[in-house]
Design a protein around this ligand. Sequence first.
Ligand code: UD1
Ligand code: CA
Length: 487
Amino acid sequence: MSANRPAAVVVLAAGEGTRMKSATPKVLHSLCGRSLVGHVVAASRELDPEHLVVVVGHAREQVSAHLAEIDPAARTAVQHEQNGTGHAVRMGLEELAGGGDAAPAGGTVVVVCGDTPLLTGETLQRLSDVHSADGNAVTVLTAEVPDSTGYGRIVRDPADGAVTAIVEHKDATEAQRAITEINSGVFAFDGALLSDALGKVRTDNSQGEEYLTDVLGILREAGHRVGAAVAADHREILGINNRVQLSEARRLLNERLLRGAMLSGVTVVDPASTWVDVSVTFEPDVVVHPGTQLHGATHLAAGAEVGPGCTLTDTVVGEGARVINTVADGARVGAEANVGPYAYLRPGTRLGRKAKAGTYVEMKNAEIGEGAKVPHLSYVGDATIGEYTNIGAASVFVNYDGEHKHHTTVGSHCRTGSDNMFVAPVTVGDGAYTAAGSVITKDVPPGALAVARGQQRNIEGWVARKRPGSAAAQAASAARKETDGGQ
Ligand code: UD1
Ligand code: CA
């Protein structure tokens, strides 16, 4: 537990986010497999606060339901009208005080915005440490940015450099707009002083809102210590207001995640075309080729090689396995197995050690034994295939009768012919063979050869009679002459 455990973190997430131009509330937009507010809540949890309260408002049922899913211990406070960040924090504190007027339990209250997903727990901890070390009433996390448009500007006393106020972009003078140090929207407050100062915030600004940022000036004028911590990396405090910023944040977070993977021993051939979720895990000596997306609970074990052109979701790739140009969702690929190019592994696919799902192969709810191969142009659905069996090219496991799904079992060491249909439910015994072009509707005993196709019959001279003078007839005639002449 941290020495500076805050009494509470208040996450502001009530705004609509009009600039996103979206039916989805802003804080529920996602990057790298997690919602904007999900990233902020995760970073906040690293402070181990006694309470975590999220202020919801716009589309609050949707946002609350999402929070209940990702962090059931988080509390929510409702801000019915979005009257500004100061008003939102007031709602959060009221929730913490149990709906009464009482100030929240003493101690530090950290406020973060739900739209700054790149913020790290480390930076929050540093802010909290500076706040308590300096004995401040409020400490604001600031950053020097190349483009300060839209952000609140940090106004400092020219004499001693102390922060005197935060001026919103819309309320700033030309001179203030030239300031490049901005408010990240993240603060550490003395809880009791915050509560008191929020009661004094006015709404005489360009937006007619209660600005949280006005609390700084109020506390300073009352003689309290106002401090600032400058973020080491300004990119961390990027606030998402529109979809251009969303894509920038996604790129930055993706770079951060890939950097972590590379430093822990993963080769990423082309970071610019490789996209990963925060929940993806790697072991050393994995190689990721270009054009690859890894989502959800995907895990790549040591020495696995994935890509180019793979999209893997909730998929586990075993040690030394090779997966090329593949889409997989909810699949498990065994050690040293081979997948693709151009395979589609759907939920419930389990490939054993050294198994193969080859080119233009689709699998679903299929268990493929060790060393078993489905190399070409096949669909395997609802099936169990034993070890070291080979399934011939262009085979279909006919699992659906139009109403229900049925299971097919193929034993171990089988050799099934090309272009087979296995009409489920059906079982092929261990060591059995099936002839090419067979439609297998009955069980095949172990070691038998099943032949289930029409007999071939050749009608001699048909082309000469029915297609006289055609190129085919001429070719046939030439071939006959050659054969006859050779005899
Ligand atoms: C805010 C800050 C600005 C800072 C910037 C950093 C204020 C007045 N301005 O501006 O100084 O540089 O963040 O990104 O604080 N929200 C509510 N209820 C409301 C209004 C907002 O919950 O009534 C929430 C929003 O959902 C959002 C956050 O507060 O998560 C910030 O609101 P937003 O409208 O994005 O503020 P900015 O204009 O970006
Ligand atoms: Ca914002």
